[in-house]
Design a protein around this ligand. Structure first.
Ligand SMILES: Nc1ncnc2c1ncn2[C@@H]1O[C@H](COP(=O)(O)OP(=O)(O)OP(=O)(O)O)[C@@H](O)[C@H]1O
Ligand SMILES: [Mg+2]
Length: 329
């Protein structure tokens, strides 16, 4: 089996000065991953987990502090130009070119940077504009595009050199539901269009990882805490029972009290301030603990609006591994 991506104890430490003190962050901590050719692989983790750092290292834009990594068998330290020929990268929220150039001019400009012959470049640009549904924006200036359109152009640009391995760093970050859905559809289409294409994407949207990825690695504070298919990851949490409870708003201090209740394996929460609600997801050791949870909610001067049992999702997997939700620090 030949791998698209392999990492061996990959570690990256950042040292920065903060008000005169040296701050050391282990952005990646002995990361070991193997991604097969043809795989749509997802790296799921909260803000600051190390996702972008890993993508930058694999794209040869950043050196690791220690460890090894290979892309299609090429060493990221020694074979940078070979790797750059066969990969490309698109990051969510990034402006995909020059604002005063049109969509087509931008793609043309990048095709020239990649050294693509004129005829092939023209054909490819037309095809890509169709694929990402930007045909009617061909002659629109980049700075007139919506953020969804910019991201579609970003993806089109990253496909110009017909990469074998596509790195996508938060490809649907900040997009509306429809644009995000379209982008996910292009990704699925692209990987199937030709054999042995690989996608390595990062996300902090659970549903995205679950919908798109053949396998998902969960990363937290630079460490890979689990790596498997979404189905197998979900089986891992079958030990506990998961519930979603909607209650009248309570502050974070009270949530911490609730979290400390015996029998709660993990808890994540979301406030809906406008509606005066807090939505709690919990994994409990056994279902009988729910009555203690409800008593405590009442003693915290809140009330239960709704309560339902939920099936394991990647979110509950993440909670059970890390002990908190993706969005909760
Ligand atoms: N150039 C840098 N200098 C110092 N620290 C850095 C640098 N780049 C990243 N870090 C730190 O490394 C850690 C990992 O950052 P990284 O950007 O890889 O996280 P991430 O998972 O991509 O987060 P996000 O979801 O917010 O994009 C963070 O603590 C971050 O502050
Ligand atoms: Mg990032």
């Amino acid at each position: 089996m030949s791998f698209s991506i392999e990492t061996y104890n990959l570690t990256r430490i950042f040292k920065s000065k903060q008000s005169g003190r040296i701050n050391i962050v282990k952005a990646l901590d002995n990361v070991n991953l193997k991604v097969s050719k043809g795989e749509l692989f997802g790296l799921l983790g909260p803000n600051g987990a190390g996702k972008t750092t890993l993508i930058k290292i694999l794209c040869t834009l950043l050196f690791p502090t220690s460890g090894k990594a290979y892309v299609n068998g090429y060493d990221i330290l020694k074979d940078t130009s070979k790797i750059r020929e066969i990969i490309n990268v698109a990051s969510g929220g990034e402006t995909p070119g020059y604002g005063i150039l049109t969509v087509k001019e931008n793609l043309w400009f990048f095709s020239q940077l990649y050294g693509i012959p004129n005829r092939i470049a023209k054909e490819r640009i037309n095809k890509l504009l169709e694929i990402v549904d930007l045909k009617d924006k061909t002659n629109e200036r980049l700075n007139k595009l919506s953020s969804g359109m910019k991201q579609k152009l970003n993806i089109a640009r990253s496909l110009l050199n017909d990469p074998q391995i596509l790195f996508l760093d938060e490809p649907t970050l900040g997009l509306d539901v429809i644009s995000a859905h379209q982008i996910r559809e292009y990704i699925k289409f692209w990987i199937k269009e030709k054999e042995n294409r690989t996608v390595f994407l990062t996300t902090h949207y659970m549903a995205e990882a679950e919908e798109l990825c053949d396998r998902v690695a969960i990363i937290d504070e630079g460490k890979i805490v689990a790596c498997d298919t979404p189905e197998n990851l979900k089986k891992m949490v079958s030990k506990g029972s998961s519930f979603e409870i909607e209650i009248a708003y309570i502050n974070d201090e009270k949530i911490n009290l609730l979290k400390s209740l015996k029998g709660i394996m993990a808890l994540s929460f979301n406030h809906k301030i406008d509606e005066n609600l807090t939505i709690i997801k919990i994994i409990v050791e056994n279902e009988s603990i729910i009555s203690d949870v409800i008593s405590m909610i009442l003693s915290l001067k809140s009330k239960v609006i709704s309560l339902k049992k939920i099936e394991p999702t990647l979110e509950t997997v993440f909670m059970s591994l890390v002990g908190k939700g993706l969005e909760n620090d």
